[in-house]
Design a binder for this molecule. Structure first.
Ligand SMILES: C[S@@+](CC[C@H](N)C(=O)[O-])C[C@H]1O[C@@H](n2cnc3c(N)ncnc32)[C@H](O)[C@@H]1O
Length: 458
């Protein structure tokens, strides 16, 4: 069954683009051998940021995948919630994309999905009801009015529900816009998509070969692969593509009475931007400047960090109507769990290597050195043990006062959360299994790239 929502309200040329070039390319037959991880949709992250670490996933839950494309978010969430009373609604205006998502779901025997071929701009709670979690990744920036799109999503969000969104980053993506502009100058006359693709392929390949553009052999192979047409169209030849600074996002959320509930990373390793990178104090050490920056509103601070880092090509974040939807380490009954398999490996790596100073290479180029003393090592050992922050503080207070232990434990856990290594969940609640991909998609690394152990760290 594929109900059709009113298909009046959409950009016809963008729909044509996604009918001809569904994105991303996902052959359904590969479901037998790999699980693509949709980073923003790790249940542990959704629980931490949208539900304060207290969501019972055995209770009925409604999830909307808006502009779901070829199905990554649906498949990843569907696998994590297999056997749970979850109802999915998958919506996309591209029938070709929707059919690929359907074939992928069928290959995995995921049947709890209502398929909607339609525009998210027609979403109406009377027709579709309300949702506890909405995923809308890489979609709003392709609408002529992203605020209108977000308002439609907000209209179908349950009162205490949360959303996981991804919007293009203005400064981190500037190289893409440079190439878009270059290609438009090389094609002054309106041309068909096939011709645009040929010009894009030829230009990019020659510039990479001549080392005018970075990218290297991997990028060259990608560009020359015929399967990459969808990637080239989506990245360099898109008919509607708008990027956001964090101040733009702040205005967008405020226009819909939504609050930021937390940042996450969009990529799993290379290019992963973690929440810490929205902190401008990474870039200032002069006390006068630090004091000035600390006084600024949050949106300005995040925007400054984004400007100085210039590496966030995708803003991946959660939003909710509540002002404090996310978990914090100040809540003593929450327990730290590794966020993803990379988080687990990073923690194991730190413990195994016995380093006392761990250099953390952030995507923006800053190296933050973390002091791993005996107390920090103990905290890391408690991760994934279902031991609450209150209990960790008590255990550490044996050698000092609870106040001293709290002052050590809370900032450290906060840092691990902001590095995207740890999430918090109420102690004793049913654990959320750590989701492993059946075959890592693009990762052969042992640790997240931003947690590199430098040999000369000591
Ligand atoms: C870049 S793709 C992202 C797909 C998917 N969310 C992902 O992350 O893999 C954008 C998708 O948004 C869909 N889309 C764009 N505008 C839409 C609208 N108004 N209503 C529904 N879907 C829309 C397109 O058809 C396309 O599949």
């Amino acid at each position: 069954m594929r109900p059709i929502l009113d298909l009046q309200n959409y950009l016809p040329e963008i729909r044509d683009q996604y009918e001809r070039y569904p994105f991303p390319v996902r052959p359904p037959e590969l479901e037998a051998t790999r699980l693509i991880v949709s980073e923003i949709d790790h249940l542990r992250k959704i629980d931490h940021h949208c539900f304060g670490g207290r969501r019972d996933f055995d209770q009925p839950m409604r999830i909307l995948i808006a502009g779901g494309g070829t199905g990554d978010a649906l498949i990843f969430l569907g696998e994590q919630l297999r056997g749970k009373p979850t109802e999915f609604v998958f919506l996309d205006m591209s029938e070709a994309s929707l059919c690929i998502a359907q074939d992928r779901a069928a290959a995995r025997d995921l049947s709890n999905v209502t398929w909607v071929h339609g525009s998210l701009l027609e979403l109406d709670p009377v027709d579709v009801g309300k949702f506890d979690y909405i995923n809308c990744v890489g979609v709003l920036h392709h609408l002529s009015d992203p605020a209108e799109g977000l308002a439609r999503l907000e209209s179908v969000l349950a009162p205490d529900g949360g959303m996981g969104l991804m919007l293009y980053g203005k400064y981190g993506r500037r190289r893409v816009y440079l190439i878009q502009e270059l290609l438009s100058l090389l094609m002054p006359e309106p041309t068909g998509m096939e011709e645009q693709l040929a010009v894009a392929r030829g230009t990019l390949s020659s510039l990479i070969r001549e080392k005018v553009l970075g990218g290297g052999p991997g990028m060259l192979e990608l560009i020359e692969d015929p399967v990459a047409s969808s990637y080239l169209v989506d990245t360099y030849l898109h008919g509607q593509d708008q990027a956001f600074s964090f101040s733009d996002i702040d205005r967008l959320l405020k226009s819909c009475d939504l609050q930021l509930a937390g940042f996450t990373n969009f990529f799993d390793e290379q290019g992963a931007t973690c929440a810490l990178e929205y902190d401008p104090l990474l870039f200032f050490s002069d006390p006068e400047q630090v004091a000035r920056v600390k006084q600024l509103p949050f949106a300005n601070r995040a925007h400054i960090a984004e400007l100085l880092g210039s590496s966030t090509s995708m803003h991946a974040f959660y939003t909710s109507r509540r002002s404090a939807a996310g978990a914090t380490p100040m809540e003593q009954d929450l327990a730290p769990f590794s966020c993803t398999e990379y988080g687990r490996r990073a923690i194991d790596g730190i413990l195994a290597q016995g380093l006392s100073l761990v250099p953390i290479h952030l995507n923006c180029g800053v190296v933050k050195t973390v002091d791993i003393d005996d107390a920090a090592r103990s905290v890391l050992r408690y991760v994934d043990q279902d031991i609450s922050i209150g209990e960790i503080v008590q255990a550490l207070a044996a050698d000092g006062t609870p106040g001293q232990a709290t002052n050590r434990v809370v900032p450290l856990i906060d840092l691990l959360v902001n590095l995207g290594l740890v999430t918090l969940r109420q102690k004793g609640l049913a654990r959320i299994a750590l989701q492993r991909s059946t075959r890592p998609w693009n990762s052969a690394v042992d640790l997240r790239s931003f947690v590199k152990m430098a040999a000369d760290a000591q």
